[in-house]
Design a protein around this ligand. Structure first.
Ligand SMILES: *[C@@H]1O[C@H](CO)[C@@H](O)[C@H](O)[C@H]1NC(C)=O
Ligand SMILES: *[C@@H]1O[C@H](CO)[C@@H](O)[C@H](O)[C@H]1NC(C)=O
Ligand SMILES: *[C@@H]1O[C@H](CO)[C@@H](O)[C@H](O)[C@H]1NC(C)=O
Ligand SMILES: *[C@@H]1O[C@H](CO)[C@@H](O)[C@H](O)[C@H]1NC(C)=O
Length: 540
């Protein structure tokens, strides 16, 4: 018997209303090989530089949440980061390329950003003092954060025309800053170079050849400065929109093998923060799927022009200009966010940084209260349940049901993420797990329906042996409080996810369900389903 492990999971849809046509949805998980692999610290969140004066649409949603002024001693911040054991934090954002580091000849004066007409993004340069850098690192060390720090890549260049910057990068300030960082033993995991200066640029753009040359210089500098250090940080760039494939291809080719460890790009595919269509876009499967083209193109660009590198999403807020006050901090946003995590993983993206950990309307934590928003819990569930190995999945049937499978994190079996965008159609769902070699080799889906029906009637297969029904699966159902999709409160298995009386992040506990009982998702809901006994060679 060939032991090609192709695991088949049938989601059987039976009509609850007899007049309605019912749909069979089949999800096939191929457990024999991994399709892609994510980093251990895939889930990432950003801390930005925006000062309180950053406003959009008559709101100023940043408050005291910037790298320079965030209250790093707030207990909710520590608890939130620690909940992940190791949360990757990317320090960066639009103002990153006008930050100076208060070290060496630039130690004084070390002033924060201020409004300045004619300045890039309307702001002056701003300075990060070494004492503030010490405080930030105190927090990072205390909470086990994995740090990605975005360096100023405009330093020393000059503006030659509308948004066009020329000249080579002056590395001296960054060099002093990195030397200080090493001398203090601060474990920066990765240095990122520049923010949105690539392709067509946002506020400013730099030619790809020049950018590549500067990366070579930065790489040599890191090699030199970290020579005696046991840790070797990664080099990440350019943290921009993937709007010009040629630019990215040149960056990789000109910088050459081994220079760039990760090619980072940004995701804002929902529109402007005040766009009334955001809600509809999130609920529209075609809209969500469109971004797969970008992930695919990034992947192909790396394969063709820089196979030594890998893809990162360095910043993703969904809605741009500080996010949407009505949507980004609500349950509905998790449909966009978790779908993005699933899709990015499939295209071999190693890291996905959410804009923001705190700040703007799209924070995982609320900017004013520091309390977790729904997406915080979604991120945490993903981080706890979705392992590194991404499994190939075939799904047929309604586009409103989206599914992603990974090996289970820290345990046996697989985890399936199901996202139900449907508001109206009525189904009852039966799940059948099958590991049946003959069926797999015969091409399971083509089997006639009486065979499928027979299988459904008998036993479920989660491994080489049929289940006697005593085995269980774990279900984590996410829904909105009071059925309001724009609620700021998300329910896990019916219970509101809120800090408990001791101000602690609540336990995220599953329902245990017999493995061969029907799986039902509410309309507009999300579920993580863990199958601990699902045999998959890729997960062994
Ligand atoms: C934060 O905590 C650190 C270390 O306990 C302390 O040195 C610092 O003064 C505190 N900062 C604020 C603003 O309370
Ligand atoms: C680079 O910047 C430093 C610090 O501002 C300055 O002293 C130095 O002259 C600059 N180097 C070049 C080549 O412009
Ligand atoms: C590394 O260590 C060697 C020997 O201790 C020393 O000579 C060298 O200057 C060090 N390099 C750096 C970049 O610190
Ligand atoms: C998705 O929601 C619809 C809408 O009510 C529901 O009928 C359907 O069963 C759900 N799909 C799944 C796979 O549970």
């Amino acid at each position: 018997m060939s032991f090609k492990l192709v695991l088949v999971l049938f989601l059987y849809f039976l009509p609850a209303i007899s007049t309605q046509d019912y749909e069979d949805i089949t999800v096939i998980i191929k457990g024999s090989a991994t399709e892609a692999e994510i980093d251990d610290n895939f889930v990432c969140a950003t801390i930005d530089w925006w000062p309180p004066e950053k406003c959009n649409y008559n709101q100023c949603p940043w408050g005291q949440s910037s790298v320079l002024n965030l209250n790093l001693n707030h207990t909710y911040i520590s608890k939130a980061i620690k909940a992940f054991k190791h949360l990757r934090i990317r320090v960066g954002g639009s103002l990153q390329d006008q930050v100076t580091y208060g070290v060496g000849s630039l130690e004084l004066p070390c002033d924060p950003f201020s409004k300045m007409s004619g300045g890039l993004f309307g702001f002056s340069e701003g300075c990060l003092s070494l004492s503030r850098w010490d405080e930030l690192n105190l927090l990072f060390l205390r909470t086990g954060a994995v740090v990605t720090f975005g360096l100023n890549a405009l330093f020393g260049r000059h503006r030659v025309g509308k948004g066009i910057w020329r000249g080579s990068w002056n590395s001296s300030n960054a060099r002093d800053f990195i030397e200080y960082t090493i001398s203090k033993g601060y474990p920066v995991d990765s240095w990122e170079f520049g923010n949105e200066l690539s392709g067509h640029g946002v506020g400013a753009k730099v030619d790809s050849q020049q950018y590549a040359k500067d990366l070579i210089i930065l790489k040599a500098m890191l090699d030199e400065l970290y020579k005696n250090s046991s840790s070797k940080p990664l080099l990440v760039a350019p943290g921009g929109f993937f709007d010009d494939q040629q630019w990215y291809a040149e960056l990789l080719e000109v910088s050459g093998p081994g220079v760039l460890n990760a090619l980072s790009h940004h995701v804002y595919n929902l529109g402007a923060g005040n766009d009334p269509k955001i809600e509809r876009r999130i609920m529209n499967p075609q809209h969500l799927s469109q971004f797969a083209d970008t992930f695919r193109n990034v992947k192909l660009t790396i394969e063709r022009h820089g196979p030594w590198s890998s893809a990162w999403v360095g910043e993703a807020g969904g809605a741009y200009n500080s996010g949407s006050l009505l949507v980004s901090n609500t349950f509905l946003n998790s449909f966009w966010y978790l779908d993005q995590l699933g899709m990015a993983s499939k295209y071999n993206t190693k890291v996905y940084c959410r804009q923001t950990l705190i700040g703007g309307n799209y924070g995982l934590l609320d900017t004013k209260t520091f309390k977790p928003n729904p997406d915080f819990y979604s991120a945490l569930l993903w981080h706890k349940l979705m392992g590194k190995e991404v499994l190939t999945i075939d799904i047929s049937g309604s586009p409103f049901l989206r599914a992603y499978a990974h090996c289970r994190k820290d345990g046996t079996g697989v985890t399936l993420l199901l996202i139900n965008l449907s508001e109206s159609s009525v189904f009852r769902v039966w799940v059948r797990n099958d590991l049946n070699v003959d069926l797999a080799e015969g091409g399971g889906i083509e089997r006639d329906s009486s065979f499928m029906h027979g299988l459904k009637q008998t036993v479920s297969w989660v491994g080489a042996k049929a289940s006697d029904g005593s085995q269980t699966r774990e279900e984590y159902h996410l829904t909105a409080k009071d059925g309001r999709h724009l609620s700021r409160i998300m329910l896990l298995n019916g219970t509101p996810l809120q800090l408990n009386e001791d101000d602690e992040i609540p336990e995220l506990s599953p329902l245990l369900v017999a493995v061969n009982s029907p799986l039902v998702l509410d309309p507009v809901s999300i579920a993580f389903v863990v199958f601990p006994s699902f045999e998959a060679r890729a997960c062994a």
